[in-house]
Design a protein around this ligand. Structure first.
Ligand code: ZN
Length: 187
């Protein structure tokens, strides 16, 4: 690494560049107004979603799990079931949003948080907006179709009425390694 001596202006320019290069998670975490207790809950609920993902893997489904929580109540938990249901729309997010909406008798899930082990696809991002989900917490990015930031930025469009508060990267390594071992076993 090259060592150079910098004047104040150069240094602040470099710090500016560093800030611009910071990952969105880092910036989001700094801006987050959720207390530590909230973060603990995020971990607990994401662990629950990961349990659901493991159940999927045992059933031969791509291991993606999800949980819907409102207040302290788990309204729904489940996983991807596209093969079992012979249903291309049976992604984990759709499965739990449907169940949660039925349970509360309202297709709007305005105060709910959706936990999912993988960045939602375009279809699920659409469902999240339709359901007016308050918060989305997900684990690992999806380079093949993630619609929060990886392939598309559907949830942050300024044209949308509804804005979802998104926390990415919670237990990302666990979720990614679950997917990797699932696909490795299939090769
Ligand atoms: Zn999806």
């Amino acid at each position: 690494m090259m060592t150079v001596s910098l004047g104040g202006g150069q240094m602040s320019r470099i710090l500016g560049v560093n800030r611009a290069n910071a990952k969105p998670d880092d910036l989001r975490r700094k801006r987050s107004c959720y207390p530590l207790a909230g973060m603990m809950s995020d971990l607990e609920y994401m662990r629950m979603a990961l349990e659901e993902a493991r159940v999927c893997a045992e059933a031969g489904e791509v291991p993606i799990g999800a949980v819907v929580v409102r207040g302290e109540v788990v309204l729904a938990r489940g996983g991807n079931r596209t093969i079992r249901d012979c249903d291309p729309t049976a992604h984990a997010e759709i499965v739990v949003l449907r169940e949660a909406a039925r349970r509360i008798g309202n297709y709007r899930l305005a105060d709910a948080t959706l936990y999912v082990t993988v960045e939602p696809c375009a279809m699920c991002a659409g469902a999240i907006i339709q359901a007016r989900v308050l918060r989305l917490v997900y684990a690992t990015d999806d380079p093949k179709g993630g619609a929060f930031r990886t392939c598309f930025e559907l949830l942050t469009s300024a044209k949308l009425n509804h804005q979802v508060d998104v926390t990415p990267g919670v237990l990302a390594e666990e979720a990614a390694s679950l997917l990797q071992s699932f696909f490795a076993a299939r090769r």
